[in-house]
Design a protein around this ligand. Structure first.
Ligand code: OAD
Length: 225
């Protein structure tokens, strides 16, 4: 059985990481243009580094929850690829191995001069030198609005070759991830949504279960173990 799971901020919500679009979410307190675009970074890199340094620092205070752990367990029973839009490290800390961070990761640093990637220090600064080319052109390895998410070819190949595509804890606002379920359906792949409430694209799913991820994800995984 081949399964591709897409996860969003909802899977980490019960670990204590704010989602983006909740009333008190990240985008209620920060302008996307300021902290999540290349233009925002060019305008005020110190502000952008401070934003991601803060989010990176929060990782020390949070733990993987029952939903992350259930997906790590599922990997032992089926052929599973987890594609996450999340930039936290909770899937890998739960033990997930076959994982793609399509929107980058807080623990990563990227040189926007030479493209080199390395493990981010706890605190990144505009003056940090790239370990490969020595230019002070470091940025968080986060995919910002207007940039291409990572490993799209591999993701589309996996979805169209899967038996089942499952979307967990994502609102379906941001493409291309929001189009994965429709893509799966076009390829004849079965689809399931697991979310607190219906996403923006509920008709793209053949089946859906609604509730907190820490309850509905372990319940669903239990059907395979
Ligand atoms: P959103 O904040 O848009 O949506 C979070 C989803 O999780 C919503 O559908 C909630 O109903 C659901 N949710 C909240 N709590 C939950 C819980 N306890 N259990 C299950 N579901 C829960 O976050 P994303 O869809 O992940 O991109 O956002 C997608 C992208 O938009 C992010 O990766 C980020 C953001 O702008 C970039 O920064 C490029």
């Amino acid at each position: 059985m081949k399964i591709v799971v897409l996860t969003g901020a909802g899977i980490s919500a019960e670990s204590g990481i704010e989602t983006f679009r909740a009333e008190t979410g990240l985008w209620a307190n920060h302008r996307v243009e300021d902290v999540a675009t290349p233009e925002g970074f060019a305008k005020d890199p110190d502000l952008v580094h401070a934003f991601y340094n803060g989010r990176r620092g929060q990782l020390a205070d949070v733990q993987p929850n029952a939903a992350h752990k259930a997906l790590a367990l599922l990997e032992k029973h089926v052929d599973l690829l987890v594609v996450t839009q999340n930039v936290d490290d909770l899937h890998e800390r739960a033990g997930q191995r076959n994982l793609i961070h399509m929107h980058g990761e807080l623990r990563g640093a990227l040189c926007h001069g030479c493209g080199h990637r390395w493990a981010a220090p706890d605190t990144m600064n505009t003056t940090d030198a790239c370990p490969a080319c020595a230019a002070a052109k470091t940025r968080p390895d986060i995919v910002w609005f207007g940039e291409m998410p990572y490993q799209m070819d591999r993701i589309f190949d996996a979805i169209t070759a899967a038996d089942l595509f499952v979307s967990i804890g994502t609102s379906g606002n941001v493409y291309p991830a929001a189009g994965f379920a429709a893509e799966a359906q076009r390829a004849g792949v079965d689809t399931l949504e697991l979310n607190l409430e219906p996403s923006n694209t509920p008709t793209d799913f053949a089946d859906a279960r609604y509730g907190p991820a820490t309850e509905i994800v372990p319940d669903w995984v239990a059907t395979f173990t």
